[in-house]
Design a protein around this ligand. Structure first.
Ligand code: G4P
Length: 529
């Protein structure tokens, strides 16, 4: 197959949802359709179960699972599908944000009873800001839930989307009869049998046909006719261009657990979802079709076995072909590197590959050379944008608890930060180190990993910080900026790349500081124009 056809047939996407909405179940059903797994239950959920916070073995076990499910690839009707895992747990939200820089589109899963939940809001906002094409799947229709129109309203209002229903439910919960597919113009009858692989789909080109009564009964038939009329009246017609631009979002209804409505979603997805998209680097826009290889690291996973400290760096291929054993330029450190055993990912395993294409993810063995955001090319200087750090929510001083092991401690901290486990801030005043995280769980992960992988011990000390703000003065030589640095000296730190950060102890302090220094901007993310 030619290079161009390989690109054309790739779809790389992520499934995002609030925990428990059904992401794992949906992933599994998609893999079943692709024939990539044989039975349900094969995909392990990587979610952090409640109460796991203090159970280190549990954390380790789950880290193991999450490497296995980081990328799941399968073929469906000649299309190569790569699903990138996005942890739903809020403590790992940054992982998910970074993964979203490597997807070309997303599927958003929403629980019909719970509606739009907090994590979904945050993740969709990131996708919206980047104009990532989104499909919405409203799940668990076999349960009693919210009215379909109310839900569509909620999706529009809370998520700021412009929805376009491509399927619509007939009844719900105990009375769930099936869905009408506006995309294919047929009715799919719900039998509640998840093993059924041939669906009871009946073509209904004319909703006024008496056939509908026979299928779902008079009440449901009439309701459906009214509902579809409303849908056609209220919502815009599906427009593929708008979907691809990220300004219109098709919606499907179904029940992942019952494997119902999933095929419709998948069939539509492979038809409309974008092939690998061009990506903006600091230098220029890079197109997948370009001959020269380029890619960037969006995730680093440490080996769980302390005897083999190697890590796996996940590289998304943006352009050209990636070949095993070819020398590639590591742009940040200016060195050429060869990879003798790059991994490609399949449903449940990874294998060494000779060549990979744009849209694919390769896993590269790494002994500490990579950081999240690093770029590899054939020689050109390119730096891919869009992997910012966000202000952490939690802050603690980290102290060395074993003076004999300070080298190990600093190496460990350094590598864990490169992996993106947390953020390190060094105080300007006294050089003390502060670890900032999205969730409290990471402190335990860090402590455990420092001890087991690096042989170092640490303790934490509380620190009262509300938010870390990246400081952006209009003029670094101004009296105002000098005054700010003098007055706020105790609260200033450098992040890992040397950018100046203000650790504000409260919202009030931040507001007062903003008022007092109007020519200094304070940002909640490390990347700003
Ligand atoms: P997540 O990855 O988004 O966190 O969700 P996951 O797929 O693990 O699903 C969360 C729970 O919701 C699971 O039940 C799953 O079986 C259930 N579920 C998923 N899709 C549907 C659906 O269409 N209908 C119904 N009724 N339930 C659904 P659990 O009891 O938490 O886990 P398990 O013990 O069944 O695995």
């Amino acid at each position: 197959m030619s290079f161009l056809s390989e690109i054309q047939r790739r779809r790389t996407f992520g499934i995002i949802s609030h925990p428990d909405a059904g992401k794992t179940t949906l992933t599994e059903k998609l893999l079943l359709f692709g024939g990539a797994i044989q039975e349900a239950g094969a995909v392990k959920s990587n979610k952090i179960k409640k109460g796991a916070t203090s159970d280190f073995m549990e954390i380790e076990r789950q880290r193991g699972i999450s490497v296995a499910t980081s990328v799941l690839a399968f073929e469906y009707n000649g299309i190569k599908i790569n699903i990138l895992d996005t942890p739903g747990h809020k403590d790992f939200a940054e992982d998910t944000f970074r993964t979203l820089t490597a997807v070309d589109s997303v599927i958003v899963v929403i629980d019909v009873a719970k509606g739009v939940e907090e994590q979904t809001e945050k993740l969709v906002e990131v996708c919206r800001m980047r104009n990532i094409p989104m499909l919405v799947f409203i799940n668990k229709l076999d349960r009693e839930g919210k009215d379909a129109f109310d839900l569509l309203d909620e999706v529009e209002q809370k998520l700021g989307l412009t929805v376009c229903p491509l399927s619509f439910p007939i009844g719900m919960g105990y009375d769930f009869k099936g869905i009408y597919n506006l995309w294919e113009k047929n009715v799919n009858i719900f039998t509640g049998d998840p093993k059924k692989d041939i669906e009871d789909t009946v073509e209904i080109n004319d909703l006024n046909s008496p056939e509908l009564e026979k299928l779902v009964g008079e009440k449901h038939a009439n309701d459906l006719r009214d509902n579809i009329e409303l849908v056609n009246g209220i919502y815009p017609e599906f427009n593929k261009e708008d979907y691809l631009k990220g300004i219109q979002q098709p919606v499907f209804f179904g029940s992942a657990l019952n494997n119902f409505g999933v095929r419709e979603l998948l069939d539509c997805f492979v038809e409309i979802a974008p092939k690998p998209r061009p990506k903006q680097s600091e230098e220029r826009l890079v197109k997948p079709e370009e001959k020269d290889f380029s890619g960037f690291v969006f995730k680093i996973h440490a080996n769980m076995d302390p005897n083999h400290r190697n890590r796996l760096a996940f590289v998304k291929i943006v352009s050209g072909e990636f070949h095993r054993n070819n020398p590639y330029l590591h742009v940040r450190n200016g060195k050429k590197m060869k990879f003798s055993s790059p991994n490609a990912f399949f449903a449940e395993k990874k294998e060494i590959v000779d060549v990979s294409y744009p849209g694919d993810i390769v896993g590269l063995q790494d002994s500490g050379n990579f950081k999240i955001g690093d770029t590899l090319t054939e020689g050109e200087i390119l730096n891919y944008k869009g992997i910012p750090s966000f202000s952490p929510e939690h802050f603690r001083y980290i102290n060395n608890a074993d003076p004999m092991k300070s080298k190990q401690l600093y190496k460990g901290i350094d590598q864990l930060m490169d992996e993106g486990v947390a953020q390190l801030f060094t105080l300007e005043l006294n050089g003390r180190k502060v670890i900032g995280t999205v969730g409290a769980l990471q402190y335990e992960v860090i402590q455990y990993r420092l001890e087991h992988e690096y042989g170092a011990k640490c303790t934490y000390e509380n620190l009262n910080v509300h938010k870390a703000c990246w400081v952006d003065p209009e003029d670094t030589k101004s009296e105002e900026f000098k005054d700010f640095k003098r007055v706020k000296q105790r609260f200033l730190a450098k992040d890992k790349s040397g950018q100046l950060v203000f650790l504000a102890d409260s919202m009030f302090t931040l507001q007062m500081t903003e008022q007092k220094y109007p020519n200094i901007k304070f940002h909640y993310t490390s990347e700003f124009d």
